[in-house]
Ligand binder design. Structure first.
Ligand code: PLP
Length: 389
């Protein structure tokens, strides 16, 4: 890729994905892979899901763009499916970072306060506001000055509770940190954060961009923790791959987001809304029960077969959001590359963690086959003599 016309912001693997069917992807060399990535936690219903495909195809023949200056029944339908009868309003965006940007703007405008508490190893996106709330110096490097007023604490650390004071506008967190290493929040700690927010007049904002839309076996991961955030954001899985994001806030906040206060030309795009509607219609309690059942089997195997491997330091996550943490002596990139040869696609996260985000529609058999391949490759690589590195 020496002469690439693309900015080298991504280190790319030397093959291109050209088509997908179900939970399998085929590349430009004709190789077919089992997909443990779902994009990056996006294609939860796999590839060519009949209902989503039909909804988008049908919308394509009607209209694929209108401005946000007119009433929009499709946006209302998706928002209604999202809020599930709760007293909440939705602002549509085009991505996760934009949804978080909307959350940040709403929190400041509604509270009239500036400061935000976020957490180390978090990820909230790449635009200035979201990046400034992201607790990762690598992502912020070279972009100073950042948006002011951002404070950071350690995730799952009881000492963080004391940092939630009345001068904060909001606390933002992921209930399962994704990019930072797939760390699940401690249930008691999350309740303590929520309580401290309530006690101090601070908004609780939960970033569900990666953990939401069924990923952990719940519609939204915070439902599994019994939390009630003032604002939450979703994106990745919402339209199964058509770009979309949404910021969902309590109705009481709506007064701060009047006409002209925020907007987007493309957001709430009809193709994205058609896809999101088909996704949310399929995200039923019955479907979520199948995800929980599959995840339970996956975690049984992870605990019995994967966690005890000498190269594995710990296995973390929740539902079908999984982090296999590796010894520093085995770089995760080497594992991902070795898995390509075994026709399995995986992701990385954090320092040296193999991250698995399979489509939620994957069968038990395919999930178990993928885990067996991962074990086999980890065993193989750990027995290789260091001289081969
Ligand atoms: C991916 C991600 C984002 C950013 O989403 P984009 O669509 O890439 O802007 C924000 N928050 C979390 C938790 C994410 O995983």
């Amino acid at each position: 890729m020496n002469e690439s016309v693309l900015f080298p912001t991504y280190q790319r693997f030397p093959f291109a994905i050209e088509s997908g069917q179900g939970v399998h992807l085929t590349d430009n060399h004709g190789q077919t892979y089992l997909d443990f990535t779902a994009g990056i936690g996006v294609c939860n219903f796999g590839y060519q899901d009949a209902a989503i495909q039909a909804a988008v195809s049908d919308q394509l023949t009607k209209i694929w763009h209108t401005s946000n200056l007119y009433e929009n029944q499709l946006q209302t339908a998706v928002a209604t499916l999202l809020v599930q009868g709760e007293d909440r309003c939705v602002f549509f965006a085009n991505s996760g970072t934009e949804a978080n940007e909307a959350a940040l703007k709403l929190a400041r405008k509604y509270t009239g306060k500036r400061d935000i508490l976020a957490f180390n190893h978090s990820f909230h996106g790449r635009t200035y506001g979201a990046m400034s709330m992201t607790g990762n110096p690598h992502i912020q490097a070279g972009y100073a000055p950042l948006v002011p007023g951002m404070h950071f604490a350690d995730y799952n650390d009881p000492a963080a509770i004391a940092q939630i004071t009345p001068d904060l506008a909001a606390v933002i967190l992921e209930v399962v940190q994704g990019e930072g290493g797939v760390f699940a929040g401690d249930p008691d700690w999350l309740q303590a954060v929520q309580q401290a927010c309530h006690d101090n007049g601070v908004l609780l904002m939960i970033d569900e961009v990666q953990s939401g839309i069924g990923r952990t076996g719940y519609r939204l991961a915070f439902e599994g923790y019994g939390l009630d955030p003032d604002i939450y954001t979703v994106a990745k899985g919402l339209a199964n791959g058509i770009p979309v994001g949404a910021m969902v806030g309590k109705k009481a906040l709506a007064s701060a987001f009047g006409p002209g206060s925020h907007g987007s030309t493309f957001a709430g795009n009809p193709l994205a809304m058609a896809a999101a509607k088909a996704v949310l219609q399929q995200l039923t309690p019955d479907f979520l029960a199948t995800v929980q059942a599959k995840a339970a089997n996956v975690w049984t195997t992870l605990q019995a077969e994967t966690a005890p491997l000498p190269v594995v330091t710990q296995v973390t996550g929740k539902g079908l959001m999984i982090g296999i943490h590796l010894q520093a002596s085995l770089p995760v990139l080497k594992v991902i590359t070795a898995l390509h040869a075994e026709k399995l696609l995986t992701l990385s996260a954090g320092d040296n963690t193999l991250r698995l985000l399979p489509p939620l529609v994957m069968t038990d058999a395919d999930l178990q086959a993928g885990l067996a391949t991962i074990k086999q490759v980890l065993v193989q690589l750990s027995t290789e003599v260091p001289a081969h590195e």
